[in-house]
Write a protein that binds this ligand. Structure first.
Ligand SMILES: Cc1ncc(COP(=O)(O)O)c(C=O)c1O
Length: 358
């Protein structure tokens, strides 16, 4: 059983079916085909306004390109210190920003608070030797599995406006956050001040389907050229676009995300009931962050269960990991079976009982 991430499973049936249907016949290349045109219009409908949409093959490409359009080479992009863009993209954002830097701030559960961002920005010296801040990037869902509420997004949006920053959202788990909040895509983005979004579908049923969605028109001006230089103007664009058609049809994407979140909730509730196990912070979407005894960790791994140990950088001040404990991350996906969750919990529970009896 594998709870290492939500990209360890393949693509969902409706997404694959849409690719098969889009496969027949000849169509214009490089995004000028009817399916790409239709999907760009679908994004506008979903976000209830005009948007500029650029397809990308990976979330890293979407993030790096989005940020390159928002931050000049001499600029600073503020993010959480555990953000995917700073920790897991091999410097791609800095590379595509041509010298701009990422500034990582702390925050519980890998979430930024508006007041901390504001204080940081106010504290930056305004001198020619200081890189000026030009963008804020947050991940929705955060790297700690937490979901920014609409009021928190609005507060961050206000800080961006006050300091003249563009507001980027890394939405690798956009759908998981959306269903957790029960709001609309518009409410979770531009209505709170988000200017540019990396919209991820790959983790939630796509094969390789990411899109940069731009709400602030000036950020879209050169994005097609930037995308081409990055090798992200995909010649068979229709096969990327088709994935979004399958993804959006009949609310498949929302069903997938609801399922993943439900599986994570089940896992979370079951683990929190086990003696010696506690959650580092609440489970709000499809990721669970429990602190477990090292002996249990060893036994789970020996039983063939896959998941990652996690950094302790974003724990609440009131929490510490004991020397015999470890913080782990468990991720549920659209394809996680309830039987897998129950089996995981059974194994964990019987291990806890066995170790207590020793
Ligand atoms: C928060 C976040 N952003 C972006 C990505 C996209 O990464 P990739 O380039 O692997 O598609 C991921 C994937 O792990 C992620 O967790």
């Amino acid at each position: 059983m594998n709870f290492a991430s939500d990209n360890i499973v393949g693509a969902s049936g409706p997404v694959l079916q849409a690719i098969v249907e889009a496969n027949a016949g000849a169509m214009a290349a490089y995004g000028n085909d009817e399916i790409s045109v239709r999907v760009r219009a679908r994004f506008a409908e979903l976000f209830e306004r005009e948007v500029f949409v650029f397809f990308a093959a990976t979330g890293t490409a979407a993030n790096a390109l989005a940020l390159s359009s928002a931050v000049p080479p001499y600029g600073l992009c503020v993010c959480h210190r555990e953000a995917h863009i700073i920790d897991d993209e091999c410097g791609a954002p800095e590379f595509f920003m041509h010298g701009a830097k990422l500034a990582g701030l702390p925050g519980v559960g890998a979430k930024l608070r508006a007041e901390d961002v504001d204080a940081y920005l106010k504290g930056l010296p305004k001198a020619v030797k200081q890189m000026p801040p030009k963008a804020l990037s947050i991940s929705q869902v955060s790297e700690g599995g937490l979901v920014y509420g609409l009021d928190e997004l609005a507060a961050l949006g206000r800080v961006c406006r006050a300091h003249g920053l563009s507001f980027h959202m890394d939405g690798a788990r956009f759908a998981n956050a959306l269903v957790a909040l029960g709001c609309t895509p518009a409410e979770m983005t531009w209505k709170q001040g988000v200017d540019i979004l990396s919209f991820g579908a790959t983790k939630n049923g796509g094969l390789m389907a990411e899109a940069i969605v731009v709400f602030k028109p000036e950020l879209a001006e050169a994005l097609d050229y930037r995308a081409k230089r990055a090798g992200q103007i995909i010649s068979k664009s229709r096969l990327i676009a088709a994935q979004f058609e399958g993804y959006f049809a009949a609310d498949h994407w929302l069903d997938n995300a609801r399922h993943a979140n439900r599986m994570a909730a089940l896992l979370s509730e079951g683990l929190a009931r086990l003696p010696g196990v506690r959650l580092a912070w609440p489970t709000e979407a499809n990721e669970v962050f429990p602190i477990i005894p090292q002996a249990l960790d060893r036994a789970l791994k020996a039983a063939g269960l896959h998941y990652h140990s996690w950094t302790e950088l974003s724990l609440p001040e009131t929490e510490t990991i004991g020397k015999d404990e470890v913080l782990i991350r468990l991720v549920a996906s659209w394809a996680t079976g309830e039987d897998e969750v129950r089996r995981f919990l059974e194994i964990a529970s019987s291990e806890v009982s066995r170790q207590a009896a020793e």
